[in-house]
Write a protein that binds this ligand. Sequence first.
Ligand code: AMP
Length: 467
Amino acid sequence: MSFDTLGLAEPLLKALRDQGYDQPTPIQQQAIPAVLAGGDLLAGAQTGTGKTAGFTLPLLHKLAGSHPLKDNRGRYAIRALILTPTRELAAQVEESVRNYGKYLKLSSMVMFGGVGMQPQIDRLKRGVDILVATPGRLLDHHQQGTLDLSHVQYFVLDEADRMLDMGFIHDIKKVLAVLPPKKQSLLFSATFSDEIKALAERLLNKPAVIEVARRNATADTIAQKVHPVDREAKKDLLTHLIKSQDWHQVLVFTRMKHGANRLTEHLVKSGITAMAIHGNKSQGARTKALADFKSGELQVLVATDIAARGIDIDQLPHVVNYELPNVPEDYVHRIGRTGRAGAQGEAVSLVCVDELAFLRDIEKLIKRPIPKEVVAGFEPDPHAKPEPIQIGRRTLNGGLGRSGGGGGGGGGNRPPRPAGQGKPQQHARGGANGQQQPRPRSGGQGGAAKPARTGGAPRSAGSRGGR
Ligand code: AMP
């Protein structure tokens, strides 16, 4: 099947040829006609499946084919709103909008927190057709009266499950409340929990439902491997692998921000160009690190789970789990960074005795064992005893044995489900990485002017959630 048969306008086909895409991916084959037909859509697709083009292309087609609208101040009104959970994803989606729409006369803007409001206000004044935003900053603008959403005709909720994980449900409800009731809505989510279904029921009207195969660890394009190693030898093993195998563009995951910093320092001292990317870094530093990594200037990017979400790099060859995630689903998200859109990729995990229960949970989730390969010179001590892993204020037993198997048995390490909230991972994320803190709820539905800044949720310095 080619893009030509999907009914997209010639300027879009031309942009696709420029990108070098000759075939729509499965999600694109289904989503593009569904969106062009005009109804709501519930789509099950992970990042890496080509979902962004799946909604961006038909939206651009429809916007280009209809008249621009003016708001009550006479400037071009926002007709399409795309909400994403993280800043990085917002930036990438807007970049896709610009890429695919480069031969059309439509304007787009990305809006997220952590940067000044005023440039965004100035940009809004010049008129925007397509706005890509994270929820917090969007609401800030709306509450200040600097954003008019009353002309939105198309609404996309991207990575809805991540949004809920990150505690954005109240923000999403607030956004829904200010959007016009008559609009075409699209909801994309990698998973369909009961909460997602409830959200879909609230948002969508008789949606078309499409689902493509989960791009999880069953993807044949990702070669997975575990290197058993002692805790203290991980740094040297990583350096050894990068140097001996001449790895470039390596995305390395750690569980915690300070771990990312320490590892980065070690790599740099060993003569490897590396930078850390996490929530305590300024937006400028994160953007620069990502750009240098993409261009190949930076050999290694060390990231925590949330900072890495939505990082989209074509044909990323190597993903390393320097530490296994304590939430098994994060493993799938991590390795989904490699082997994308048909390219070959390799996902390597350095696993010490403390993490054996995490590994067991992951293998259970992906329904297959991951091949183990000891690297010569880095053989783990067979008598090593597991030590508990400290994540934020929580202590997890990621090893097997010792204290009687806490942590084993599929999710034994998970914190209890917080009342009225999403998935149990939420605590682990907010507390462990301290990056995308859920917004405090003290403002309630109606919302005090700025509930996020007055509420009592702990925030680490410089951390602003998806804002
Ligand atoms: P996404 O799932 O939207 O994050 O896209 C994953 C990756 O696939 C991105 O790097 C896209 O540029 C790429 N991609 C999207 N559509 C296609 C296509 N039809 N052919 C080849 N690559 C694609």
